[in-house]
Design a protein around this ligand. Structure first.
Ligand code: BG6
Length: 789
C-alpha cells in the first residue's frame, strides 16, 4: 500500500516537474484567418489556465509577412483577446498585458531564420536562467508549405536534450488515401509519431470530447443498451448556414465529404461505434479501439450516398476562379451517407452522416435513437416523461448552435439519469416552449458545460499537456482515408442535386434508406437552373442486351449491372429450390464480386438462403482467415449477413495438416468428393466466374495446363501473381454447370474483352475461352467500361 502511494506521489511529482520550465510556442501562419479567429485566443486561454503554475512562456507569431506588417497585425489581434466571463476586467487587462509582452512577431522564411529563432530562444533561456520544457510549432499554413517548414524545424530548431517538441498540424491531410500516405511519409521523415499533433477541431468540441467519458461513467446503464438490439439508428449531423463563398478554390478541390465527413464526422462516428476501452484515458487503448471500429465499417458504394449542391455555388466558382459561363462544377456541398458497422454490436443499425452548406440552420449533433418495444395502455395524455416507455428514447450529444445555442448532453428521462462530472457539466435550466428532437426540453436530463470553451482552447490545453487522444495519429488518418477513398472515386462524376439553400430547400434534401442504398425521398421534378445536370447519369442508359462470344451479354453501369446479376441469381435460386429443394452456387473470389456479395447480403427475405449451398470456384493457398483468402471475402461480405446453415457452406480445404495445398494431403480430391456427394451429377446450379486481364478464369491460368482438360474436377494450380499456389474447379467441372455467369467490370478489362471476343476455343492461351457449359447456359455480365471502354 505504502509502495503504491509512494509511486503515485513520485509520478505526480514527475508530472508536475514536466510542467516546470519554459515553453516556446511558435505559431506559423500567425497572420492568417484561423490564427486571427481562433488560435491567438486559444493561446491566450492556455496562458490564462497555466499562468502561475510553474511554467513560463513565450509566443512567437511567425509568417512570411514583413516584420512591420506582421507586428501591426498581431498587436491588433492581441488587443481584441477576451477573458472568461467570470474574470474581473482589471485582472483580465493585467493578464492580457502580460500575454502581449510575451508575444512577438517574427518573419520566418529561410532555414537561417529558423536557426536564428532557435538561437534567440536559447539565449533568452540562458539570460533568464530558465530550463527549456519544450517547443510547440503550430502549422497554420497550407499543406504545400509543410515539407520545407518541417525540414527547417528538424534541422535547425529542435529543442535541446530533455525538452519536448510538439508540431501541430491542421487539415487538409491529403486528398485521398495515396496523397495522405505520401504526406504522412514525408512528415514522418522529419518527426516522430509522438511529436505530431494532427488537429481535428471537432475533438475539441466539448460535447464530442464528452462522448467517451459519458460512455465510461454510465457504463452500467449503457452496457445493455448500446447495441443493435436497442439502438434504432444513429445520426451524426453537421449543418451550416454559411456557404463556400470566398473559399471556392479550396472547396472545389475538396467538397463536403473531404472537408468535414472524412474527418470531423468520421471521428465522431468512431467514438460512438468503438468498443469502450477499459481505460478511456489511455490514448493507446483509444486508438486501438478506434482502428478496430474502422476495420468493422462496411465498404461504401455509390448508392450509400446522396449529394447536393446549393444553387449559387456554380456562379461563385465561376466568379471567384474566372471560369467561363460554360463551366459547371460537380462538387457536392451537401452529402448524406449511410454507414453500416459490421460487428456483433452494430450489425443492421444505420448510421446517418450528413453535412451541408447553405442549410436552413447551423447545428451539430450526434443522436442515438433507441428502439421502442413498449405498448402503453394509458391514453397518451397520461404519459409521464420519466416513466412512459412509449415516448421516444434518445441520447443526444449536442455539439452546438441550433435552438439550444450551446453544447449539451441530453438523455431522455425514460432512459436513465446520467452521471456527468459535476465540476464541468451542470443541469440546463428549464426553457419553456423549447422543443428538441420532437420533445420538450423538460423530457430530457439536460446538461451543458459549466464553462463553455472554444474547441481550439481545449486543444491548446491538450497539446500543452501532451494529451494525444484528442489528435489524429497517422494510422487513424490512413484508416479513415481507406474507408472514404473508394466512395470518393466512385462519386467523382456524380451529378449533385441542386438545392436553393436556406429554408427554401424544403424537403428537397430529405433522404431515406432501403437496405444498403440511400436515396432522396423526393423525385427532383425540375432542374432549378441549367446546372451540372448535363453530364450523363447511369439512369439515362438502359440495360443493354446483346451477344458476346455467341452467348447472351448483359451490359450496364456497374450498379445496375450488379443489381441485375443479383436479381438473376436470386431468380435462379428460387427456381432451383422450388424444383430440387436446394440451390448450389459456386462463387469466385477477388475484388470484382465484392459489390455483388454486398448486394446479395441485403437480400434477406426473397433469397432462399436456408436451402442454398455455397461453394468456392477457387481459393488462394493461405489460411482461411487470412485477408487474402477468398473464403474470408465471402465471410466478410456475405456470410456474416445472411442466414445460411453452417453445413451448407463449403470452403476449399487448402489448409490441411498444418500446411497449405500439399499434393499429398489430397485437398483437391476431398473437395471433388464433397461436390460429388452433395451436388447432383456434380452439376452446380450456378457458377460465377470472372475474367482476368490475361484471360484467366477461376484459378486456371494461361500456359499452365492443370484443370483445362482431363478428369480431375478440382486441381491445384499456380498463379503468376502472389499468392502463387491456388486450388480451382477445373474447366470440365465448370462446364457441367446448369448456368455460368461471367462478371467483367472496369476499364482495365477493356483490352482482354476485345481480344476474347475475337478468339475461338483456345483455353491454353485464354482459359476463359474454354468456358462453354455442355448443356447449361452461359451469360456474360459486363459494365460499360469493360465492354465499351
Ligand atoms: C472546418 C471546415 O473544418 O469546419 C469548414 O473546413 C467548416 O468548411 C468548419 O465550416 C465548421 O466548423 P465549426 O466549428 O464552425 O462547426
Amino acid at each position: 500500500m505504502l509502495t503504491v502511494a509512494m509511486c503515485m506521489a513520485l509520478v505526480a511529482c514527475l508530472q508536475a516537474q514536466e510542467l516546470q520550465g519554459h515553453v516556446s510556442v511558435i505559431l506559423l501562419g500567425a497572420t492568417g484567418d484561423l490564427a486571427k479567429k481562433y488560435l491567438w485566443q486559444g493561446l491566450f486561454q492556455l496562458y490564462l489556465d497555466e499562468v502561475g503554475k510553474g511554467c513560463s512562456f513565450s509566443f512567437h507569431g511567425a509568417a512570411l509577412t514583413s516584420t512591420k506588417q506582421g507586428q501591426e497585425f498581431i498587436t491588433k489581434v492581441l488587443e481584441s483577446l477576451s477573458c472568461p466571463e467570470d474574470m474581473v476586467p482589471r485582472r483580465c487587462a493585467e493578464l492580457r498585458g502580460q500575454f502581449q509582452q510575451l508575444s512577438q512577431y517574427r518573419r520566418l522564411r529561410t532555414n537561417e531564420d529558423y536557426m536564428a529563432l532557435s538561437k534567440d530562444i536559447e539565449a533568452q533561456l540562458e539570460h533568464k536562467g530558465l530550463r527549456e520544457a519544450g517547443r510547440v510549432f503550430y502549422f497554420s499554413v497550407p499543406p504545400f508549405a509543410y515539407a520545407d517548414i518541417a525540414r527547417s524545424i528538424n534541422s535547425s530548431c529542435r529543442p535541446g536534450p530533455g525538452a519536448w517538441l510538439r508540431v501541430v498540424l491542421e487539415k487538409p491531410f491529403g486528398h485521398d488515401h495515396l496523397s495522405a500516405q505520401q504526406l504522412a511519409t514525408e512528415l514522418g521523415s522529419f518527426f516522430q509519431e509522438e511529436e505530431m499533433y494532427r488537429v481535428d477541431h471537432y475533438l475539441g468540441k466539448q460535447a464530442v470530447a464528452q462522448i467517451l467519458p459519458f460512455r465510461d461513467q454510465n457504463r452500467k446503464a449503457l452496457d445493455g443498451l448500446w447495441n443493435r438490439h436497442h439502438v434504432e439508428r444513429v445520426e451524426i449531423i453537421m449543418k451550416e448556414t454559411v456557404d463556400a463563398g470566398g473559399r471556392t478554390s479550396f472547396y472545389e478541390e475538396y467538397g463536403v465529404i473531404r472537408d468535414v465527413l472524412q474527418n470531423h464526422l468520421t471521428e465522431v462516428l468512431t467514438l460512438v461505434a468503438m468498443e469502450l476501452p477499459y481505460n478511456v484515458s489511455s490514448s493507446e487503448a483509444v486508438l486501438q479501439h478506434k482502428l478496430q471500429a474502422f476495420r468493422a465499417l462496411r465498404g461504401l458504394q455509390k448508392g450509400s450516398a446522396v449529394l447536393g449542391q446549393y444553387q449559387a455555388y456554380g456562379e461563385q466558382v465561376r466568379r471567384e476562379q474566372q471560369k467561363p459561363d460554360s463551366f459547371h462544377s460537380l462538387t457536392p456541398t451537401f452529402a448524406g451517407i449511410l454507414v453500416h458497422v459490421d460487428n456483433l454490436r452494430w450489425e443492421g443499425v444505420p448510421f446517418f452522416l450528413m453535412s451541408g452548406k447553405a442549410m436552413d440552420e447551423r447545428v451539430g449533433y450526434v443522436r442515438i435513437l433507441f428502439r421502442n418495444q413498449a405498448y402503453c395502455a394509458q391514453n397518451e395524455k397520461r404519459w409521464v416523461a420519466d416513466q412512459s416507455q412509449c415516448l421516444p428514447r434518445q441520447i443526444v450529444f449536442y455539439i452546438g448552435h441550433g435552438e439550444l445555442g450551446s453544447p449539451a448532453v441530453l438523455v431522455s428521462r425514460n432512459l436513465f439519469r446520467p452521471s456527468l462530472p459535476s465540476e464541468s457539466w451542470k443541469e440546463v435550466e428549464g426553457r419553456p416552449g423549447l422543443h428538441l428532437f420532437g420533445r420538450p426540453l423538460s423530457d430530457y436530463y439536460a446538461y451543458s458545460p459549466v464553462r463553455e470553451q472554444d474547441a481550439y482552447s481545449v486543444l491548446m490545453s491538450h497539446i500543452f499537456h501532451g494529451r494525444k487522444d484528442s489528435f489524429i495519429t497517422t494510422e487513424n488518418l490512413l484508416a479513415s482515408w481507406v474507408f472514404w477513398t473508394p466512395l470518393l472515386d466512385s462519386l467523382a462524376h456524380e451529378v449533385p442535386r441542386l438545392y436553393p439553400g436556406g429554408a427554401e430547400s424544403g424537403h428537397l434534401l430529405d433522404f431515406e434508406f432501403r437496405g444498403t442504398q440511400l436515396r432522396f425521398s423526393r423525385q427532383q421534378l425540375e432542374q432549378l437552373v441549367p446546372g451540372p445536370g448535363s453530364a450523363p447519369k447511369p439512369s439515362d442508359f438502359q440495360v443493354l442486351r446483346a451477344k458476346y462470344r455467341e452467348s447472351p451479354l448483359i451490359s450496364a453501369w456497374p450498379e445496375e449491372l450488379i443489381a441485375k446479376l443479383a436479381d438473376d441469381i436470386e431468380a435462379t435460386a428460387v427456381r432451383a429450390v422450388r424444383r430440387f429443394g436446394e440451390f448450389h452456387l459456386a462463387l469466385s473470389g477477388g475484388s470484382s464480386p465484392v459489390p455483388l456479395l454486398q448486394q446479395l447480403a441485403t437480400r434477406h427475405y426473397g433469397f432462399p438462403w436456408a436451402h442454398t449451398h455455397l461453394w468456392l470456384v477457387d481459393e488462394r493457398c493461405v489460411p482461411l482467415r487470412d485477408p487474402e483468402s477468398n473464403f474470408q471475402g465471402l465471410q466478410a461480405h456475405l456470410l456474416q449477413h445472411v442466414r445460411v446453415p453452417h453445413y451448407n457452406v463449403h470452403p476449399m480445404p487448402v489448409h490441411l495438416h498444418q500446411r497449405l495445398c500439399a499434393e499429398e494431403d489430397r485437398g483437391a480430391q476431398m473437395y471433388a468428393s464433397e461436390i460429388s456427394a452433395l451436388v447432383t451429377n456434380s452439376s452446380f446450379d450456378l457458377v460465377l466466374l470472372g475474367m482476368g486481364t490475361d484471360g484467366h478464369t477461376a484459378s486456371l491460368f494461361p500456359q499452365s495446363p492443370a484443370g483445362l482438360e482431363g478428369t480431375q474436377p478440382v486441381v491445384l494450380t499456380r498463379s503468376p501473381s502472389k499468392p502463387h499456389q491456388r486450388m480451382s474447379l477445373s474447366l470440365p467441372l465448370i462446364n457441367r454447370a446448369r448456368k455460368v455467369a461471367v462478371l467483367v467490370m472496369g476499364r482495365l478489362k477493356r483490352e482482354i474483352t476485345m481480344l476474347v471476343s475475337r478468339v475461338g476455343h483456345e483455353p491454353k492461351k485464354w482459359p476463359i475461352s474454354g468456358v462453354l457449359p455442355s448443356s447449361g447456359q452461359l451469360v456474360w455480365y459486363m459494365d460499360y467500361e469493360a465492354f465499351l471502354g
